[in-house]
Each structure stands twice: as C-alpha cells, then as structure tokens.
Design a protein around this ligand. Structure first.
Ligand code: NAP
Ligand code: F7E
Length: 329
C-alpha cells in the first residue's frame, strides 16, 4: 500500500512545522507550499523536517496552488497559510483580506478544479480561529456560538470558515474547519504575547535586558500547546464525515497570569518592577476574553490537550534561556 500524502500551506509557521513532524512520524509523504523567491524560513524547514518536499506557491496565486496539487497529488490538504498576527491586520487590512480570507477561496477553488469528478477525494482542513468569536456572545464558546469578529484578521477568518462550509455543502467536498483557540510553543513567532514574554523573561534572567513592554494585561485567552492542536487537525481529516470543531483547553488566563508565571520560573516574584505598559501595544478593538468548549472534539475525535498552561509557560521560558545561551557559544 502506498503512503498517504499530505500538502501543507503555511509549512514555515509554528503549526506547519509541528504538523509536518507529526505526519512524517505517522508515515506520511509530506509536501509543503513555500512562498517567495528566497524565503528565509526555508532553511529552518529543511533542518527540522528534511523529508518534506517543498513547492513554490502563494495563496494569492491560483495557478501556483494548482501546480502544487498536481505535483504532490495529496490525499489531505491542510490550509494553515495566513497573515496571522491580529495587530498587524489593522495596518494591512487589504493584504490580510487577500491572504487570510480570499486565499482560502483560492485554495478551495484550486482543490475543486484539481479534484474533477470526485470532489471528496482530497480531504481539506481549514485553520479557523477563536478570533472569529471576538466580542463573545456566549461563554464558553462552542461550534454554534454566534461569530462577532473584532479585527480585519477575525473578519477574514470568518470568510474562510464560511467558504469552507459552503464548498462542503455546494460540492460535497470533505472540508473541515478547526476553530482553534490560542496555541503556543517555543516555535511561536516573537510578535505573539506568549513568546514575547518568554523571550524577555529569559533575557532579563540572563542579564541581557531589564524591561518588558506590553499592552493590555487584562485580556484573557485559552492557551494550549501547539503540538497537541496539530493532532486535532489530523483527527478531523480521519473522520468519515467532514465537520467543524472547537479545539481548546477550557481554561482561560489573563496576560498578567502569563507574565507572573513566566517570571516565577526564573525565581522573580516582584515582576511588576520589570513590566511597563504602553498604549502602542493596545489594539483598536480588543477581544477581551476567550474560553472554548471542546466537548464535541472530545466526544467525536477522542481529542484532549496533554500540556497545561502551568507546563507550557515554563517550557517556553526554558527554551528561550537555552537558545540565548547557545547563542553565546
Ligand atoms: P504562523 O506561524 O504565523 O504561520 C503562518 C504561515 O502562513 C507561514 O508559514 C507563512 O509563510 C504563511 N503565509 C503567509 N502568507 C502567505 C501567502 N500569501 N501564501 C502562502 N503562505 C503564506 O501561524 P501559526 O501560528 O502556525 O498558525 C497556523 C494557522 O492557524 C494560521 O492560518 C493561523 O491564522 C491559524 N490559527 C492559529 C492559531 C494559533 O494560536 N497559533 C489559532 C487559531 C488559528 P512565511 O513564512 O513565508 O511568512
Ligand atoms: O495576543 C494581548 C493582546 O498577539 C494575545 C494568533 O495566533 O491567537 C493569536 O491571536 C492577547 C491580546 O494573540 C501584548 O492585546 C498585551 O489580547 O498573542 P497575541 P491573539 O491576538 O490572541 C488567535 C487564536 C489567532 O488565530 C491568531 O492568528 O495579548 N497583549 N500586550 C499583547 N499581544 C501582543 N502580541 N503583544 C503585546 O505586547
């Protein structure tokens, strides 16, 4: 029997790397779409997952996606590519819409054209987001909760989510949408708050910095570990029927909790001494609080998180300490 084949957009991102590793460990032949003429993250992908086959392509370019599909002939497509930084999405709303919203339609269209008479032959995963809940209308948030996005990013994800459902209903595609709450890891981009905090705390601990500048410390998020969340993506595509699932831990913490825990890992209790609040990092419209109900994923997929917030934050701080020390050698 031939190995199952997967194509991942967003292979250079946090989730793309974890998913590629996980699929390779499951015996998949893994392909990834990489954009740009000299992508600086290509090296990282080649180092961490050397068995992945990379295809040039961009979510805004239909023919490049058709070519990647033709050359990889996947059984499963994971659409993780996006402009994913919420704060940036206000400054580049049109670009965010082109990639994070319309890019989903372009990927779905490429897949529909590629699949010909058999629209269900390639299974499709869309990376939807808890940011779609925005100004939350129900707590905890579940699959049926009304969507009320608060940023150009959130609005774009709502478009991608509904387009995925529409292609499933219109063409019978095996298209599933994972509504994932925040998930983090030592590979998280440094622009996101968990990694910004872990890196700054590591630097303060090593005497390389003396300040951490943040925005809204009162916002609350439901944070999990990225390695757990990519397993949920895979499980969704192993089901006979496509569907939508919330993936979350069910526990929320404030940014203040995050900062306290990160500093505690390096033995600093008087953390407010090092933290300064700056309006620059506040958003035009904030998502104040998110907490997910993953009961459906637990029941249907048998999925549950394995890493708690109390384990995740020290893991990230420790990884940044090791990385900074390695830089000295
Ligand atoms: P990430 O680290 O920011 O990675 C985003 C990926 O998208 C990168 O590989 C990036 O490639 C790629 N990309 C950007 N523009 C593209 C374009 N025009 N064409 C093709 N690829 C493009 O994001 P992540 O945290 O891994 O998240 C993966 C997906 O899940 C994203 O869609 C994100 O919106 C969504 N999501 C994330 C979370 C979370 O908490 N992490 C929660 C819910 C949903 P370059 O390296 O070339 O920039
Ligand atoms: O912000 C607050 C900020 O940028 C979290 C993306 O993966 O998860 C992520 O989006 C919270 C917000 O993530 C700073 O105001 C305070 O309330 O880490 P973040 P996000 O916006 O929740 C969702 C699920 C996605 O889908 C997205 O792609 O932290 N905050 N001070 C700050 N945030 C940042 N970045 N920097 C600060 O200095």
């Amino acid at each position: 029997m031939s190995r199952p084949r997967a194509l991942i957009t967003g292979i250079t991102g946090q989730d793309g790397l974890y998913l590629a590793e996980s699929l390779i460990a499951k015996g998949y032949d893994v392909h990834g779409v990489i954009r740009g003429q000299n992508n600086p993250r290509r090296e990282l992908v080649e180092e961490l997952v050397p068995d992945v086959h990379l295809h040039n392509g961009d979510l805004t370019d239909l023919s490049s996606l058709l070519r990647a599909l033709r050359d990889s002939e996947p059984d499963e497509v994971y659409n993780l590519g996006a402009i994913s930084f919420v704060a940036y999405s206000w400054e580049n709303a049109a670009l965010t819409t082109d990639v994070t919203a319309k890019g989903v339609l372009t990927m779905l269209e490429a897949l529909r054209l590629h699949s010909g008479d058999d629209p269900g032959r390639v299974r499709f995963y869309q990376a939807s987001s808890s940011e779609m809940f925005g100004k939350v209308q129900e707590t905890p948030q579940r699959e049926s909760t009304l969507l009320w996005p608060r940023s150009p990013y959130g609005v774009s994800k709502v478009f991608g989510h509904h387009m995925t459902i529409n292609y499933r209903e219109s063409y019978g595609m095996h298209a599933s949408s994972g509504i994932l709450f925040n998930h983090e890891s030592p590979r998280r981009g440094e622009e996101f708050v968990t990694r910004k905090v872990s890196k700054a705390v590591a630097a303060i601990h090593l005497g390389l910095a003396d300040e951490l500048v943040l925005g809204n410390l009162d916002a609350r998020r439901d944070w999990g570990f990225a390695g757990d969340y990519v397993e949920a993506m895979w499980l969704m595509l192993q089901q006979d029927e496509p569907d939508d699932y919330v993936i979350a831990t069910g526990i929320s913490h404030s940014i203040r909790d995050l900062v306290r825990l990160a500093f505690a890992h390096v033995g600093i209790e008087d953390w407010p001494r090092y933290v300064r609040e700056d309006e620059r990092f506040r958003r035009p419209a904030e998502v104040d609080t998110l907490v997910g109900d993953a009961a459906k994923a637990r029941r249907v997929l048998g999925w549950q998180p394995t890493v708690s917030f109390e384990e995740l934050v020290p893991m990230m701080v420790q990884a940044d300490i090791e990385a900074l020390k390695a830089g000295w050698r």
